[in-house]
Design a binder for this molecule. Structure first.
Ligand code: GLN
Length: 542
């Protein structure tokens, strides 16, 4: 069975289209179907790799090393869809491919046009997602109906739906139902949004209406009347004060999956949503809170560290505590300010129970991160360093334990006498030159008896990388002899993948990014153990 569902949005952006598409994916998986998720992004960038976190939020990295839109992170958290480069389609990629074919003479001298050449390229990329194991492909179309940029994607969807035949491809459209003074819900913007879809030649099969409250029967009937959508196919996505991970269950209770199955002509089957119900039980039974200081440089923008924040939340579910995110711009901890004033028990809002230094690039804010690492190490506060955060631990160790005041990464100081973090080609002992970004899934081997091994409960760990600099092997001996633990290596032993502090409750740095694979129903083990360490430290103090 190969079915396709196109999820589009209207009225305005930020209605939770990615979460709605992912939640539908989770429900269909609960019905035993094999789901694949794809994002179509109307921007002209070929991928998200070059986009600033200020502009566009986090770059989500897939196993095959694609630097994609952060929406793929939602797919990973809600569904089991395999995700690779192919699951993120941008206007840039589509045009690049078509122009390459044109230059190669593949169009045999014909005039190359949006229809059919661009739309054919889009359709063939969508079709290619469905392999022989796939039951349903959910295609999220970025942007809002009416945007100039979205037109080729909606046109491709229209053709696709028409060609696939009844029941084989559906349109699910997400809109906003605003509330005006007096509490009245207004359906007009939704009516207009569906009209815009119809002008594109697409009749939505299902509407998901974002509203402050659940829509009542009469509102749903009214929307149905104006839009040609069946009344039982108009669903509510109300504002919630629990967690976005409850949305699959909210849709389930309204029978979204049953209606979609019926429209696709798939016989109804048993629904198993136990992991989602268990997760909500964990959510409700969390006791107390831990304050986790995230020391980074894009602190005013939630999306910049999206997967890290989500993984911390998942870890709180697993560890039975609420995780309060304390976002600290590392520049604030740079001297002469005493870090105790920001991190210690007297800090406004209370002390920090754990520190996380996430990934990052560039020099700004590094000194404050090193100070935060030294503070966590000497105050025995749990510390979790991810990628840059691990490199920071090594710099702190070089400076403050080995006494090399200028210890640094060559990313930040090319002239240091002690480049404890450097590019591979700068490490003379390494003959095999790397030099480009290490991206995507690779294996690390955990040393038994370390926090790393305890977390994963096995030696072989598969996580994703996105970095250029490495722990310098020139200093491996000095680091080990002075007590730093090297808890993870590449299988050939050639590169350091993880370090830990000795005589410390939980100080772990990893060169990879464990946040990308964490799920609400299965927290990443390192995040979980970090939060458990922070929780236990807090409980032992009170
Ligand atoms: N800037 C560092 C490097 O390139 C760390 C990258 C990261 O944290 N993702 O190695």
């Amino acid at each position: 069975m190969n079915k396709f569902i196109f999820v589009s949005g209207g009225v305005c952006s930020s209605l939770g289209k990615g979460v709605a598409a992912s939640s539908l994916g989770a429900l269909l998986e609960g019905r035993g179907l094999n789901v694949r998720m794809v994002k179509c992004d109307p921007y002209i960038n070929v991928d998200a790799g070059t986009m600033s976190p200020y502009q566009h939020g986090e770059v989500y990295v897939t196993d095959d090393g694609a630097e994609t839109d952060l929406d793929l992170g939602n797919y990973a958290r809600f569904t089991n869809s395999p995700l690779s480069r192919a699951n993120s389609i941008t206007t840039g990629q589509v045009y690049e491919a078509v122009i390459r074919k044109e230059r190669g003479g593949e169009y045999l001298g014909r005039c190359v046009q949006v229809i059919p050449h661009i739309t054919d390229e889009i359709k063939s990329r969508i079709t290619a997602i469905a392999d022989s194991d796939t039951d349903v492909v959910i295609v999220e179309i970025g942007g809002t109906v009416g945007d100039i940029e979205s037109v080729p994607f909606l046109e491709a969807a229209r053709q696709f739906i028409h060609e696939a035949g009844k029941g084989n491809a559906l349109s699910v459209h997400l809109t906003l139902i605003p509330e005006v003074a007096g509490g009245e819900l207004k359906t007009k913007p939704t009516q207009h949004s569906v009209k815009s879809m119809q002008e594109q030649g697409i009749q939505p099969d299902v509407l998901i209406c974002r509203a402050p409250v659940m829509l009542d029967e009469s509102t749903r009937k009214k929307i149905a009347l104006f839009t040609n959508v069946d009344p039982d196919a108009v669903f509510s996505s109300c504002d919630i004060n629990t967690t976005i991970y409850e949305i699959p269950l909210i849709f389930f209770e309204q029978k979204l999956d049953q209606v979609v199955l019926k429209k696709m002509g798939v016989e109804s089957r048993h629904a198993d949503l136990k992991p989602w119900y268990t997760m909500m039980e964990q959510f409700a039974s969390r006791k107390g809170a831990v304050r986790i200081g995230i020391v980074g440089k894009y602190m005013d923008l939630h999306d910049s560290y999206k997967s890290v924040y989500e993984a911390l939340f998942h870890a709180g579910l697993a560890g039975g505590v609420e995780v309060e995110l304390v976002k600290i711009d590392s520049a604030r901890i740079e001297e002469p300010e005493n870090p105790d004033n920001i991190l210690g028990p007297g800090a406004p809002g209370g002390g920090i129970d754990g520190i996380l230094v996430p990934g990052g690039f560039g020099h700004r804010g590094i000194e404050g991160m090193v100070t935060a690492s030294a503070w966590a190490r000497t105050h025995k506060v749990p510390y979790f360093g991810i990628c840059l955060g691990m490199q920071i631990m090594v710099i702190d160790w070089g400076r403050n334990i080995l006494g090399w005041e200028d210890a640094d990464s060559t990313e930040f100081n090319g002239n240091t006498e002690h480049p404890v973090i450097s590019l591979l080609e700068e490490q003379i002992e390494v003959t095999d030159l790397g030099g480009t970004m290490r991206l995507g899934k690779s294996e690390s081997v955990a040393e038994p008896g370390t926090h790393l091994f305890t977390a994963y409960r096995e030696e072989r760990i598969f996580e994703r990388h996105r970095h250029r600099y490495e722990f310098s092997n020139i200093y491996r001996k000095n680091m080990l002899n002075s007590g730093l633990r090297i808890s993870g290596l590449t299988p050939d032993g050639g590169l350091v993948e993880a370090v830990e502090w000795p005589d410390h409750p939980w100080g772990v740095g990893v060169q990879f990014h464990p946040e990308f694979k964490s799920k609400p129903t299965a927290a990443n083990p390192l995040f979980r153990d970090f939060i458990v360490a922070a929780r236990d430290r807090k409980r032992s103090q009170t």
